[in-house]
Design a protein around this ligand. Structure first.
Ligand code: F6R
Length: 361
């Protein structure tokens, strides 16, 4: 069932162009958004998104979309904190729960807490028959297909794609998008499967970098804007399957503490497409290099040409729209973790101490 791949994780990483296209086909038809009728954000004044682990990083990315594209105030929380903090909620807001399995105990408990306190409970799930899907007012499947590898890969990018479409719907409902801008966003999303194929073709060069990365004991991931949560996801993926200690930070936080860790022994992975925040990230990178830190820059050809010279390594990605870059940049982050784990000889599909579905607290 691994279809010729060595691991489920490799198969599931490679499937992403296909499953992202499936998700897009489900929710976009004839160039128009086709979400269920109940998805109408016109009277919604706030969105609270709750999840655990990788799914929570998908929410974290989506916050940038809901706020920047739709102008909808949006908060995110991890389920284990949300459920016991018992935050105040408003009857005009929606609560959105993201879960691959749909059975995560903390996320389900958080969902139950919001019942009767919000206008609508929406679930973004991979398993449509799951508890979280059943207990929500509306469940939107992410179309990833069964995910076997314990480390989530294709479910993450399908969650992002579904959330991106929801954010676009929110923007339309709130009168924030002209038909032209909506069409541009939809064509940017439609370009993703093709771009993902290009990113997947970088596997061999990423494997060569991973060979060296596997010697590190600690790794930092940096990103700005919606690439910040992707830095968190990259670090989580690396620690989960290669057991290398890794942390993700917002680039701008570097000088507030983590810069003390910089040394030639701590590779710093910078996720930075050449967007409007690129110059800021470059200056953070220079601070790292001035302290003899070694930087792996993941950017597009323009970004690499502008800032790649003194880097330890570079990965040249295809150009992608600013807004949806995190969906594409998930691939090199996943491939780095995968190949580093292979270099270390760890059990990629069944990492120690982890379960695919966390049904207990
Ligand atoms: C990471 C990973 C976990 C899950 C988390 C939530 O690779 O798989 O962090 O994302 O346990 O699981 P679901 O999405 O099933 O609620």
């Amino acid at each position: 069932e691994k279809a010729g791949y060595k691991h489920f994780m490799a198969k599931e990483i490679a499937e992403q162009p296909v499953v992202i296209a499936d998700a897009l086909r489900r929710y976009v038809q004839n160039g128009a958004l086709q979400l269920p009728m109940e998805v109408d954000f016109s009277a919604v004044d706030r969105l609270t998104m709750v999840a655990c682990g990788t799914a929570s990083y998908a929410c974290h990315v989506a916050k940038y979309w809901f706020e920047q594209i739709a102008g909808l105030p949006c908060e995110i929380d991890i389920a284990s904190e949300f459920r016991y903090r018992e935050p105040p909620l408003s009857p005009n807001q929606w609560a959105l729960f993201v879960s691959q399995s749909g059975e995560t105990a903390d996320t389900l408990a958080a969902l139950r807490y919001t019942r009767d306190k919000v206008a609508k409970i929406v679930a973004v799930v991979n398993v449509p028959t799951s508890s979280i899907a059943r207990e929500s007012d509306l469940a939107l499947p992410i179309m990833a297909g069964i995910e076997v590898g314990v480390a989530s890969t294709k479910a993450f990018t399908c969650q992002l794609t579904t959330l991106a479409l929801l954010a676009l719907k929110a923007a339309v409902d709130r009168g924030r998008l002209t038909p032209e801008t909506l069409a541009t966003h939809l064509s940017d999303l439609a370009a993703l499967p093709g771009l993902m194929n290009h990113a997947l073709a970088l596997g061999a060069s990423i494997a060569a970098i991973a060979e060296e990365l596997s010697e590190a004991q600690d790794v930092l991931f940096l990103g700005r804007g919606a690439m910040f949560p992707l830095a968190l996801e990259g670090a989580l993926k690396l620690k989960e399957i290669s057991y290398i200690h890794a942390e993700g930070y917002a680039s701008g936080e570097l000088k507030h503490g983590p810069i003390a860790l910089i040394s030639p022994q701590v590779p710093v992975i910078v996720l930075a497409p050449r967007d409007h925040l690129f110059e800021k990230t470059v200056s953070n990178m220079q601070e790292v290099m001035a302290r003899h830190g070694k930087v792996l820059l993941i950017s597009d050809a323009k970004g690499i040409a502008e800032a790649g010279m003194e880097c330890w390594k570079t990965i040249t990605m295809p150009e992608v729209s600013d807004a949806f870059a995190p969906i594409l940049y998930a691939i090199p982050a996943q491939l780095l973790a995968y190949h580093t784990a292979i270099a270390k000889g760890t059990d990629v599909d069944q990492p120690r101490n982890l379960a695919k579905s966390v049904t207990v607290e």
